[in-house]
Design a protein around this ligand. Sequence first.
Ligand code: GLC
Length: 465
Amino acid sequence: MPTTPEKMTKYEKIEQFVKGFKLSSLTYKRVMHLLNDEMNNGLHESMNYHADIKMFPTFVRALPDGTEKGKFLALDLGGTNFRVLIVRIDQRDVDIQSQTYLIPQRIMLGTGIQLFDHIADCICRFIRDHDLKDETIPLGFTFSFPCRQEGLAKARLSKWTKGFRCEGVVNEDICFLLHEAMKRKNTTTVDVEVVAVVNDAVGTLMSAAHTDRNCEIGLILGTGCNACYMESLKNVGLWEGDYEEPAQVLINTEWGAFGDNGCLDFIRTEYDRELDTYSINPGKQLYEKMISGMYMGEIVRLTLERLSMEGLLFESADRDCELFHRGRFFTKFVSEIESDHDEFFRNTKQVLDEIGVTNYTTEDCNIVKYICTLVSARAAFLASAGLATLINRMNKPEMTIAVDGSLYRFHPRFHNLMVLKIQELIKKGLKFKLALSHDGSGKGAALVAAVAMRLRDNKQGECST
Ligand code: GLC
């Protein structure tokens, strides 16, 4: 007999509000089927225009082979920080010096001119501070937003994601905008030539592939979530380049947009819907919004808020505290709370103190931790369903997946949860490894630039003989 609401225990009542986070293996398999279909649509020439997952060919055809050499500048733009790096590569040895600059919110939401002028300012400061003079330095630009590439160094922004909305950049070639901004500065003693634009997922893959030849998938679990993988040219209907060997190209999937056509509505909870409604880009990046670091804290906050409103949590909490304000519960709190392993809840209490919740009980701490584990496990499992889809598509006996991003790095259980779920979802007999990639955005961009220079030098060599 079903329990009537009056007879339910507190925990049974809580379950009613959180059961949507618990999905069965069958459901994850359904997500995989949908994702695979959407990826095929994205790769298809005539369907791509309407497809949510854009599957952009990157023009990266070759992975590093360890013979790369040279000095490169690298830029890394994809979140609230902007980094400039000087990367010296000597075969397997890589030396990096870098500087991080803040992108203020007014610039993230300002005009493209302001954004690129700010970037050019930072580059000039870096060049001055690092005493780089009288040279032409090839530059790799990690630009971690969806771009339709027309060449290795020509990339048009297709839309902004992750809290950016600079006017006048969508559909523009970002290398051109950068060169123009550098020209406006007209003070630098160094000539900067952008030789490659890469996405952070691509950089992550390149960086790991430098030492691991089995690495053919790159994954980002940070502010955003995205993956790239090596695809045979024969499957890429969109491809407009040549078909010379190697007949393959890295595809930047931009899978964060999965579900934007409503196909994931069957798993979205009331909290996902509310988060989306109040986001800067409603209806967009719905898969990413269930997984990545920019959103996970807010999903937890909305759930805690709901439980508190229902009288199931924080009975005497002050309604004015941070918990009841949008965007004030950060994903790093989820990682901290889940790192508590005993009944003292040291981290959980610290977080609750920080967000101004008073008079909480040990039972409250337990519930808060439980909600964090549910939301993060769903995120890890959804990302695993994505990876399993790629692993099955590629169907290679052994595969390394390069992973980077703050969520993966700092969350205590993400790696293990993913390994178990992927194992469950992939075809029997396929083996995989998740490997943390180091400084994909910096080293990776420089390596793409280095590979491009190597291939360019080889071509020039061929022409002059
Ligand atoms: C967003 C961007 C994508 C990037 C990812 C991770 O999904 O659209 O380009 O790779 O975030 O930073």
